[in-house]
Design a protein around this ligand. Sequence first.
Ligand SMILES: [Zn+2]
Ligand SMILES: [Zn+2]
Length: 238
Amino acid sequence: MLIYPRTCGVCNRASVEARRDDPACAECWQKTRLFTEQDALCWKCGALAPAAQVAVAEDKRSGVRCRRCDAEPWTAARAVGLYEGALRAAVLELKREPHVASRLSGLLFEQGRRPPLAAATRIVPVPLHPKREQERGFNQAAVLAHALAARARLPLDERSLIRTSHTSLHRAGMDAHARRESVAEAFVVNRPRLIEGERILLVDDVFTTGATVTACANALITARAEEVFVLTAARAGT
Ligand SMILES: [Zn+2]
Ligand SMILES: [Zn+2]
């Protein structure tokens, strides 16, 4: 059991006053780059828009595109913020302890209820390979999906999408293309009747190259999902 206040997981100086802020102090949360409605993001992949498009008016936001994500099979991806500071600490802690502090689940919910993700009808976590899940004792994406489903009052589906082959996603020397190939066949829908016609909100901890969620989205679309949205706690890179 954790005793409060506990030391901040980011600065190691201040203390986390309340369990809801776990695992960072209020100041470290404030310094973390979170995405708000004021940010101009690529409407599709959620990357911060190039400087030229940052000043775009609020009613034109749905026209902002980075163009690098044009070929992705999902409709839109969003993250709570950048993979840094409090969010990075929260993601790392989630790999150790199956608990989502209410600050993070609140932020996840806020992102998920904005358009276009607001159209989602069913929440599906990115599955962990059963062997990995057995080692860790839980799937951190499922823990996030659980916290979100409780707030969003959407059905949580942890069984329809499964991981079929063990892949080492971040093997040294693998470029983005090789990583994409290695996960391409790793996901399959085993209950297509629960996926058909649904607008799936796919939940994971970090969006990095997008290779994993793209492989999941392809499996879901093959099973006739109407649309796939992606929501992650953090976004690495831009
Ligand atoms: Zn701190
Ligand atoms: Zn984009």
